[in-house]
Design a protein around this ligand. Sequence first.
Ligand code: GRG
Length: 303
Amino acid sequence: MSEVTHASAAELLEHSRQWVDAELFACALRLEAEMPGRLGEAVAYALRSPGKRVRPALLLAAYAAAGGRDEAIIGVATAVEIVHTYSLVHDDLPCMDDDALRRGRPTTHIAFDTALATRVGYLLVPFAGEELARSARAMGLPDTAIGAMAVELFEAGGIRGMVGGQWLDLEAEGERLDLQRLMAVHRGKTGALIRAAVVLGGLAAGAPPGALAALRTYGEELGLAFQVADDVLDATATSEVLGKTAGKDAEVAKSTYVGLLGVEAAREAAARHEALGVAALQAAGVPSEALAALARYIVTRSS
Ligand code: GRG
């Protein structure tokens, strides 16, 4: 596996994008062959949509920081991106955020239809599980490690993570949440999968308990920072730059960091979470310029 500890965030993301895109496109081809017709086309459309690939980049950097060197790790990173892809397809559905634009293209239910987009999401979840297990086995990881990785990913995707956070978020529309409740939404909806990406990198590399705990703290802090930065971008950037509809939070009166604190204080909050995450790694002696660079990118990104 190529060395990633000294690269800039832009290089890390480009490396991750090229590597994970090749895997995602291969998955899309396989699924299209297995499911001829509109369903196969819709799954492939979702898998091929051009994201930033932040979660795979975090996973690859955490894996390298914990001493991992096996190239089959890309399959584990792809599994996390597939769970993320499902969440975007479902998040955009009319029964959730009801959005027509994602990653600069029509959302899956607009390009196809709502029933197909719903099925695409449901198909992608077990497919991510297969991808995770297949890659972890190819790496020769013991069943205990594979089990721990599966629990990490699917708990993060479930009621104690992404589904739970999204649920709270949808229920709270039009309501003014205090900072504590808003943090719980952000930690679940967005933070849990980002934390899982980082922890999976550590688990796959066989990181010792202290390093794993530090990676978990880093993932937790950066997951929160990611959504705070997202709140700022929703309020300050254009749809063209974001590739998704900007200004949506204000439109549906969603509680956000920007709504509660204002843009500047929200930016400062994101930077505080970045600092806490990076400090946890330093305190545990986990050396990673790559994870520090990605943390900086997460809070300063423009899309
Ligand atoms: C059953 C209630 C229920 C929920 C289903 C759909 C869902 C689970 C959860 C939605 C989670 C979600 C989409 C959270 C937003 C996370 C977020 C900030 C996404 C944008 O991530 P980026 O910027 O996007 O990394 P790209 O496009 O670059 O991959």
